[in-house]
Design a protein around this ligand. Structure first.
Ligand SMILES: [Zn+2]
Length: 318
């Protein structure tokens, strides 16, 4: 048996998998990411104990645990250095903590790469040698596979597409720079674009839905407005899709992937976002590279991280 875990900002998703990576049981527990590291770790340990108990397994029947953790990691030493959505979470020796508690060998990687591994094992990237996986959620994360290898780089930050510079002086980014792709193409970025138009006084159905409480604006609402032919929502998705397209032109020209897969919650915007991106790619990317590359949605949804973590635990890519 292998245990695959996705430690997310809101939920801990756990999946128990057999030797063939068939899912035997899956469970979800609350993370309480704002309650501090001690509580989050306690919730994680309790959730692991529960799934083992419910399946009448002892710890020596689980060969390995794979765990996806958001944020920066020290992979060599098994330490979660920093996670932007977790309160009081710094330099957590997460492998040592779990191995001490359960005596099950544990491997970690970041959440985006675990999602990528999931799509590579059982999703839309099976058998692919060259592809790029992008998660569009609150922010924009990515992983790059070239010649059957997921690339990490000198400091594990290979393929940080979210920080491609799209404007020399654009929106400020948490990385210290400005004008980064993820500041425009992400749920947060798209909401900012819409809020800027609303602040300029442009008419929109969003006003009827929100009143003056623009804090409640979500990417999902903008998609809904698009479907109701609201001009502002259509403009926001069109613009976001075009900026995404220009970012992907750089990605295609740099990496020459066979597929670019889009996952994460905002992938639900689908063709509303991808259609304008495709047009930009067709016009601007190197022709032969663009013709060889498919832009597609990921298929595993929110289960990808858990499946990927299990596949890493099973050493499918070691
Ligand atoms: Zn940045």
């Amino acid at each position: 048996m292998y245990l695959g875990i996705d430690l997310g900002g809101t939920a801990i998703k756990l999946g128990l998998f057999d030797q063939e990576l068939v899912c035997i049981d899956k469970q979800t527990a609350a993370t309480n990411s704002l309650a501090g590291a001690a509580i989050v770790l306690k919730n994680l340990v309790t959730a692991i104990k529960k799934i083992l108990q419910d399946n009448q397994l002892t710890t020596n029947q689980v060969k390995r645990i794979g765990l996806g953790v958001p944020g920066l990691l020290d992979l060599q030493n098994g330490i979660s250095l920093f996670s932007p959505n977790f309160t009081d979470w710094e330099n957590i020796p997460i492998i040592a903590i779990l191995e001490k508690e359960f005596a099950i060998p544990t491997v970690i990687d970041n959440d985006v790469r675990m999602n990528l591994f999931g799509e590579w094992t059982l999703g839309a990237a099976q058998e692919l040698s060259d592809f790029v996986f992008i998660t569009l959620g609150t922010g924009l994360g990515a992983g790059v596979v070239i010649n059957h290898q997921l690339l990490y780089g000198a400091t594990n930050s290979f393929g940080e597409i979210g920080h491609l510079n799209m404007y020399r002086e654009g929106r400020p980014c948490a990385c210290g720079s400005s004008g980064c792709l993820g500041r425009y193409v992400s749920a947060r970025g798209m909401v900012k674009t819409a809020a800027d138009y609303l602040a300029e006084g442009q008419p929109s159905i969003l006003r009827d839905w929100l009143g003056e409480d623009w804090q409640q604006l979500t990417a999902k609402m903008i998609s809904k407005g698009f479907d109701q032919e609201d001009a502002l929502c259509q403009k926001v998705l069109q613009e976001t899709g075009e900026i995404f397209g220009f970012g992907l032109v750089n990605v295609i020209n740099l990496y020459n992937p066979k597929k670019i897969l889009i996952g994460g919650g905002m992938a639900k915007a689908g063709e509303r976002l991808l259609a304008p991106a495709r047009r930009v790619i067709q016009q601007h990317a190197l022709k032969i590279s663009a013709a060889a590359c498919q832009l597609e949605l990921a298929v595993l949804g929110s289960a990808a991280g858990m499946i990927g973590a299990a596949s890493v635990a099973a050493k499918k890519f070691a």
